[in-house]
Design a binder for this molecule. Structure first.
Ligand SMILES: [Zn+2]
Length: 247
């Protein structure tokens, strides 16, 4: 992949590089995760500048870049499309946002685009503005991320006998849900039927409906713990932001 490209991208990480430049890791709509050097992006903004301001974490940018034969491409021009300023004004929302960036950075490989997931992430970051239903939104995001990574279990049928599950079930990681008939010989974590029903309903739910959805907090918690253990199984180490998500 060589040449000049134009895309949109979410900034997952930015590191200052020299007095004037930054190295950024972005999730681009077209190529997935890419690393770029942005020469001059830390300089004070000028109207004519290729970078009106330094790259911000969780910023959504129109981005031009020159692909090089190496892993580090060259950002040549950027324009902020959406800065999600509300995230920077509210610590709990910001912690949720950094968790999202962490998951995207650690769970997906460079060059593996997920435009649908990216669209959902933008919706999620936007919805954090209202400060309502943060834990349900977080569960919704993890389901989408696990789904995009191809490791989200089906919540409605047994992964062994493929029969529909209508009572309690067990979660075997990574195999998936196991019905009580098949569970005899398998180790797994019991899932309360109400939690399973919530997860099944949640996985395809429209994002805009999640914040006002009334789900008992205990079920939201139990679902979070299940989704978290699924995620951790597929990561080499837990995302650093996870330890801050206590509330
Ligand atoms: Zn079964």
């Amino acid at each position: 992949m060589k040449g000049v490209f134009r895309t949109r991208a979410l900034v997952l990480r930015s590191t200052d590089f020299s007095e004037t430049s930054q190295v950024i890791r972005v999730f681009t709509r077209d190529q997935g995760i890419l690393d770029m050097l942005a020469k001059g992006s830390r300089r004070p903004a000028r109207a004519s500048s290729a970078f009106p301001s330094p790259f911000d974490l969780a910023g959504w940018y129109d981005l031009n870049y020159r692909a090089r034969g190496t892993d580090l491409h060259l950002a040549t021009e950027a324009q902020l499309v959406e800065g999600f300023d509300h995230l920077r004004r509210d610590l709990p929302s910001w912690l949720d946002a950094t968790f999202v960036l962490d998951v995207l950075r650690n769970f997906f490989s460079p060059g593996d685009p997920h435009p649908d997931l990216l669209r959902e992430v933008l919706q999620y970051l936007k919805l954090l503005e209202h400060g309502q239903g943060r834990r349900r939104l977080r569960n919704r995001f993890l389901q989408s991320a696990l789904h995009a990574g191809g490791v989200l279990p089906r919540w409605d049928c047994c992964s062994e006998c493929e029969r529909e599950i209508d009572t309690g079930a067990y979660l075997g990681i990574p195999s998936g849900l196991i019905c009580s008939f098949c569970a005899g010989s398998t180790e797994g974590q019991f899932i309360d039927p109400r939690v399973r029903a919530y997860l099944a309903a949640d996985s395809g739910r429209e994002w805009g409906l999640v914040p006002s959805w009334e789900v008992p907090p205990r079920e939201v918690d139990a679902a979070w713990n299940l989704l978290k253990s699924l995620l951790l199984h597929h990561l080499e180490r837990p995302p650093r932001s996870l330890r801050y998500l206590r509330v």
